[in-house]
Design a protein around this ligand. Sequence first.
Ligand code: TEU
Ligand code: CA
Length: 596
Amino acid sequence: MIPARNTFLLLAALALTSFSSPALDEPTKVPSPSSTNPAATVNGYQPKWWKEAIVYQVYPRSFKDSNGDGIGDLKGITSELDYIQGLGVNVIWLSPHFDSPNADNGYDIRDYRKVMTEFGTMSDFDELLKGVKQRNMKLVIDLVVNHSSDEHKWFVESRKSKDNAYRDYYIWRPAKDDNVPNNWVSFFSGPAWKQDPATGEYYLHLFADKQPDLNWDNPKVRNEVYDLMKFWLDKGVDGFRMDVIPFVSKREGLPDLPADYMTRPQFFYAMGPHLHEYLKEMNHEVLSKYDVMTVGEAFGVTVEQTPTLVDERRNELNMIFNFDAVRLNRNGEAWRDWTLPELKAIYTNLDQTSNVHMWNTVFLSNHDNPRVVSAFGDDSAPFRAASAKVLATMLLTLKGTPFIYQGDELGMTNYPFTSIDQCDDIAVKNAWKALVLTNTVSPDVFMANVRKVSRDNSRTPMQWDSSANGGFTTGAKAWLAVNPNYKDINAKQELGDPNSIYNYFRQMAELRRKTPAFVYGDYKDLDPNNAKVFVYTRTLGKEKYLVVLNFSEGAVAYDLPAGLKAGELVISNLAKLTDQGGTLHLKPWEARVYKL
Ligand code: TEU
Ligand code: CA
């Protein structure tokens, strides 16, 4: 067995870290102030529906199966729209629902205008959209256009010959010294190039080899993208979450990855020379013509670069996902223990690098990351519910649009994976081949890490009730195993329990919706170095709220900073007892929100 330190480094070397600021970006250029009417602003911000929204992410494969084939589908989602609305969220982000051979669960698209057969038909999509609108909610879909599937008709053509009309839709290069054209690595292990037999040339794939990267430098490709965006917008969708959008412009000449980017290639792949030009063009050609929201998955973008993508005066994107918080518990792909002051510092940094012309997002989970309660709370029986509520309180009172991943409102947990055969994700299967099958990492060490961080943790089916398969499917078998804790943790039980995580979440969501201070108010961390308690205020004019979150499994007597006294307790996840005065007697994993 190899020493633990080496294992750690090797897992780290698998790539994907989110530490800040390589010096390769262009300087932040913020244009002069716009002529917008300042009287219409709130605390300096232009009010927008997407700034006030609470977004709920649905991963269709795992949400609800309507026909017993073990795979979630659109009809299943439509049947649970009341459940989603009941939570108090008002925007749904739907992970890819397009025709796909599912090498990467729909993030490899074969036909951008067709619904994935397993998920249903276009009329099922229209029904879903209608149901969303009837409930005054909005639907945002996933735009995955850094790459397509290798089964997309463009690539089927492109690979045929060097002079095919679609050749330049993708990125082809001849071999270099009988080898790959450069040293770029794929996020799913191994080189980012694959040699194709028809012509002997290599094509670029930053993800799986079944996900060839599109060539955005070709204007025909960009126009195809704008057309498909219009196709869905004209149907009435309310915007896009844009998959790895900062990768679409590749560096001039495709230079080798410098050695120090080998473990964090996203910072080299992102923010290429034409990114801003292409986003402005997309905005001009498409987005500016609709009232929609856009959120870019900004993997590899630093906090300092963020304003260049989302400052409203630049007309590019509305918001991005910054990965500093969600990947705080990662070193490469290996778990690392994180601390509360580190998390606070990230939120402070996001706030301080921000301005009134831009807007942030707040999230700690999605379909690529472990369950929020397992990663940032404590999923052991005594603290699971309380810590899930602490996290809900935080996500819904920080500054920025909150994104909640399905099942986190129930406190669903990571899956107790013991064997690679239980896994589905291409990322983990490829890593197993690259690390375990080469005897680089022991199976036990690998599986321990899978239990902490693997993407499959969040992809196990939604737990609806205590019947077989958690009520996700009436079929014998779900596509991915249901977490064995479904008898205790499920929606039916929580809907009926006034003290459940679900019911706490809906109260918190209501509080956020009716309190402009939680949307537009200033954010201030009152005690950045406290390792157990997160204490901050949100202030809008005379309205001031104090949020106190005990992130530890011990009771804490917390002395409020001088001059502050606990006022009216608005909500707490535990007892309704109010401390008066300057010392708060917090129970383990207690959350309180006060109006000052
Ligand atoms: O993810 C982008 C991304 O680079 C990571 O989040 C990545 O999935 C992870 O680090 C791999 O371990 C987006 C999608 O969210 C993800 O599901 C897709 O697999 C990926 O792009 C390719 O489309
Ligand atoms: Ca189904």
